[in-house]
Design a protein around this ligand. Structure first.
Ligand code: 6PG
Length: 477
C-alpha cells in the first residue's frame, strides 16, 4: 500500500480532484467502475504526479495506506449508496470514506450513522467550484468527525483555493454539516444569480441599455463592493456575441432556466426549519416559472405597467439606484442563508463557526466575492452576531440604500417588470424592522375559526376567546 488517498468515480470532478491531489505531491489511487477512464487518466495526466491505477475495488483498497482515505465522486443518490456498499466490506475499522458529491445532507446523516456502527468514518464533503475549481483549487466544506478531519484536513487544505494565505477548506461540523452548508451555498448561488439577472433586466428594460452597455456597468460594479465571480462572468456573458447570428448572445438563449435541485433542497429544508430564506425561494420559483411554457403563453401580452423611456441622465441615475438595490438585496439574501445555517445548527446539534463559512467561500466557489471577507470579519469581531445588520458598516449601507432600493422596486412595479428576488429581500427587511406585524391578526383569525389560541401583549399565558358567545370571558391556561 503506497497511496495517500484514493479517488473512485473519475468523471470530470473526480478526475480533476485526483489530479489536484497528485500535483500537490500525494500518491493517488484512482478507480472507476469502467476501467477505461482509469487508464485514460493515467495515460493523459500520469506525468503530473504519482497515480496508482486500480482496476478492481479490491486493488483500489489494497493500494491505500492506513487509515485508508477514499473519496467517492459519483452521482448523488443511489449510485453513492451502491459504491458505499461495494467498498464497506473491504475496509477496516478507522478507515475514512469521503463522499465528495452534492449529496443531500439527510442522506449523509444516514450514511454517517450506518458507517459509524461499522467502525468507519463517513465524511460528507461539499466541494464547490465546478471542474475548474476541482483542478485548480476548490472551496471544501468538510463534515464528519473531528477525528477524521485531523487526518483529512491537511490534505484538503493543501488542494483548496487560498485567499490571503488561508485555505478555503475547513471542518464545518459533524455528520451532514458539510453537505448542509454546501446546499446553502448553492441556495445562495441561486439567489445571487437571480438578483443579478433582475438588475440586468431593469437596466435593459427601464434604462434602455444594450447588453454591451450593461456589461460595461457590471464591469464597473465588479471593481466595487459588488465585486464577485458571478458579476464578473455576467459581464463576460453580456459582452459575448452569438457567432451564428451576430446577435447579443443573451438574446439567442431560450429564457427557461434549468436546475439540478440543490436550490430546491435548500427551500424544502428551510420550510422544515421554519427559516425564511425568501430570496432563495423566489429565485428557485423564478426558475420554475420561466419554464411554465403553457402558462406564459396564456398570459403573454396581458396589460401591465408602462412608463416613458428615460433620458441618458435619468438612466445613469437609475443605474446607481439599481446598484444600491442589488447590493442591499444581496446582503439580505446572504443574511438569510447564515440564519438558516444557525437554525440548522440548533436543530441538528452542529457547532458551526459562521465566520469560517464566510472565510472558506472567499475563494474557489461559485459565490466567491470580496464581500465575504467582510462577513468573515463581522463574525470574527462578534461571534454571537445575530444578523449582518448588527454590524455597523452593513447597517450603514442598508440605511444609505433605503431610497434607491425602494425606488427600484417601485419603478419595476410601475413598469411591470418582475423583480421577485429584489422585492422579497426588501419585504424581508421591512418584516424584520417592523414595530408590529399583522401576525397579530393571523393569530386572532386562527383563534376565531379553530380555537388555536393566542398570546397577549399585556400578560403572560395562552388565551382563547369565545367568539360565538360575546361577553363570555376568555379562557386562559
Ligand atoms: C458549485 C456549483 C455546482 C453546480 C450547481 C448548480 O458549487 O460548484 O454550485 O454545484 O453548478 O449544482 O446547479 P443547478 O443550477 O443546475 O442547480
Amino acid at each position: 500500500a503506497s497511496a495517500t488517498i484514493g479517488v473512485t468515480g473519475l468523471g470530470v470532478m473526480g478526475r480533476n480532484l485526483a489530479r489536484n491531489f497528485a500535483r500537490y505531491g500525494a500518491t493517488v489511487a484512482v478507480h472507476n467502475r469502467s476501467a477505461g477512464r482509469t487508464r485514460a487518466l493515467v495515460e493523459e495526466f500520469g506525468h503530473e504526479g504519482t497515480f496508482v491505477a486500480a482496476e478492481s475495488a479490491e486493488e483500489f483498497v489494497a493500494a491505500l495506506e492506513r487509515p485508508r482515505k477514499l473519496i467517492i465522486m459519483v452521482q448523488a443518490g443511489p449510485a453513492t449508496d451502491a459504491v458505499i456498499e461495494e467498498f464497506v466490506p473491504l475496509l477496516d475499522a478507522g478507515d475514512i470514506v469521503v463522499d465528495g458529491g452534492n449529496a443531500h445532507f439527510a442522506d449523509t446523516r444516514r450514511r454517517e450513522a450506518a458507517l459509524r456502527e461499522r467502525g468507519l468514518h463517513f465524511v460528507g464533503t461539499g466541494i464547490s467550484g465546478g471542474e475548474e475549481g476541482a483542478l485548480g483549487g476548490p472551496s471544501v466544506m468538510v463534515g464528519g468527525s473531528t477525528e477524521s478531519y485531523a487526518v483529512l484536513g491537511p490534505l484538503f487544505e493543501s488542494i483548496s483555493a487560498h485567499v490571503d494565505g488561508e485555505p478555503c477548506a475547513a471542518h464545518i461540523g459533524t455528520d451532514g454539516a458539510g453537505h448542509f452548508v454546501k446546499m446553502v451555498h448553492n441556495g445562495i448561488e441561486y439567489a445571487d444569480m437571480q438578483l443579478i439577472a433582475e438588475a440586468y433586466d431593469l437596466l435593459r428594460q427601464v434604462a434602455g441599455y444594450t447588453p454591451a452597455e450593461i456589461a460595461a456597468v457590471f464591469r464597473r460594479w465588479n471593481a466595487g463592493r459588488l465585486g464577485s465571480y458571478l458579476i464578473e462572468i455576467t459581464a463576460e456573458v453580456l459582452s459575448h456575441t452569438d457567432q451564428a447570428t451576430g446577435a447579443p448572445f443573451v438574446d439567442v438563449v431560450a429564457d427557461a432556466a434549468g436546475q439540478k435541485g440543490t436550490g430546491r433542497w435548500t427551500v424544502q429544508t428551510a420550510l422544515d426549519l421554519a427559516s425564511p430564506v425568501t430570496a432563495v425561494a423566489q429565485a428557485t420559483f423564478a426558475r420554475a416559472a420561466s419554464g411554465q411554457a403553457d402558462l406564459r403563453a396564456a398570459y403573454r401580452g396581458l396589460p401591465g405597467g408602462t412608463t416613458p423611456p428615460l433620458s441618458r441622465t435619468e438612466a445613469e441615475r437609475f443605474t446607481s439606484q439599481v446598484e444600491h438595490a442589488l447590493y442591499a438585496s444581496k446582503v439580505i439574501a446572504y443574511d438569510q442563508g447564515w440564519t438558516m445555517i444557525q437554525d440548522a445548527a440548533a436543530e441538528y446539534g452542529w457547532k458551526i463557526d459562521l465566520g469560517t463559512v464566510a472565510r472558506i467561500w472567499r475563494g474557489g466557489c461559485i459565490i466567491r466575492a470580496a464581500f465575504l471577507d467582510r462577513i468573515r470579519a463581522a463574525y470574527a469581531a462578534d461571534r454571537d452576531l445575530v444578523s449582518l445588520l448588527g454590524e455597523m458598516e452593513f447597517a450603514m449601507e442598508i440605511t444609505d440604500a433605503q431610497v434607491p432600493w425602494r425606488e427600484t422596486v417601485a419603478s419595476a412595479a410601475r413598469r411591470g417588470i418582475p423583480v421577485p428576488a429584489i422585492s422579497t429581500a426588501l419585504a424581508h427587511y421591512d418584516t424584520l424592522r417592523a414595530e408590529r406585524l399583522p401576525a397579530a391578526l393571523l393569530q386572532a383569525q386562527r383563534d376565531y375559526f379553530g380555537a388555536h389560541t393566542y398570546a397577549r401583549v399585556d400578560r403572560p399565558g395562552t388565551f382563547h376567546t369565545h367568539w360565538a358567545a360575546p361577553g363570555r370571558p376568555e379562557t386562559t391556561n
